[in-house]
Design a protein around this ligand. Structure first.
Ligand SMILES: C[S@@+](CC[C@H](N)C(=O)[O-])C[C@H]1O[C@@H](n2cnc3c(N)ncnc32)[C@H](O)[C@@H]1O
Length: 209
């Protein structure tokens, strides 16, 4: 069997999905989470470029193989960090995030939900009160969160040509359905896709109450 080359596999991934490090670097100028949880991460190690303690979770075999080569993953992350802090921790849990994870409730400062289903619903319990949730609308998770008590929208992240801007202005103009009628949590579950809103930022930043 051919050797699994972490750097090459990740370079292929980045070619298709883009480099998200600028997203987390932009976030890091607004929030300072000590611990980050990224369920449904696949091999997107971008949060580790900006944050020091990240736990990745995925049920995928290839993601497991990727993170199993701890040394190569750490070397890759180190090569992408600016060198300001060499002490960072990367954990990977090979699991279905809908099942209980070996993480204490309320112990995480930033939960990331990008293109991986209803992460916030299943993993919101791990988020500390006052912690942040970065979530996009691709699979409807942002819509579900906006309809769930206990989360306040505090910023949106806009993206243009590979750059990301965190904005706190005109938040009330967001999450307004384009076509009449509010979605429900049930309708979002049923479609598994986000509905169209009048504004479409790359992602939303909520604070857990
Ligand atoms: C489309 S990829 C997105 C990967 C990454 N979040 C990104 O934005 O590039 C979705 C990932 O979520 C994972 N995933 C989906 N449902 C999952 C579940 N219930 N438990 C664990 N991983 C899951 C898949 O295995 C896949 O790696």
């Amino acid at each position: 069997m051919a050797a699994f080359d972490v750097a090459r596999v990740h370079a292929d991934y980045e070619r298709h999905h883009g480099d998200r490090a600028p997203l987390f670097e932009a976030l890091c100028r607004h929030i300072e989470p000590e611990s980050v949880l990224y369920p449904g991460s696949h091999i997107d190690i971008a949060p580790s470029v900006a944050f020091d303690h990240v736990t990745y979770v995925d049920s995928d075999k290839k993601a497991n193989r990727f993170f199993s080569d701890t040394g190569a993953v750490e070397e890759l992350i180190r090569s992408k960090r600016d060198g300001s802090s060499d002490s960072f921790e990367v954990d990977f849990i090979h699991a279905d995030y809908r099942e209980p994870l070996d993480i204490a409730d309320g112990s995480v400062d930033l939960l990331v939900s990008l293109y991986a289903g209803f992460v916030a619903e299943h993993c919101g319990r791990y988020l500390a009160s006052g912690g942040w949730l970065l979530v996009n609308n691709s699979h409807g998770d942002a819509g579900v969160v906006s309809l769930t008590a206990g989360y306040e929208l505090i910023a949106v992240v806009d993206s243009r040509a590979g750059t990301y801007q965190v904005s706190t202005s005109r938040l009330d103009d967001h999450l307004v359905p384009k076509r009449g009628g509010e979605p429900t949590i049930e309708s979002l579950h049923a479609s598994g896709r986000g509905i169209a809103y009048t504004r479409s930022p790359f992602a939303y930043l909520f604070e857990k109450q």
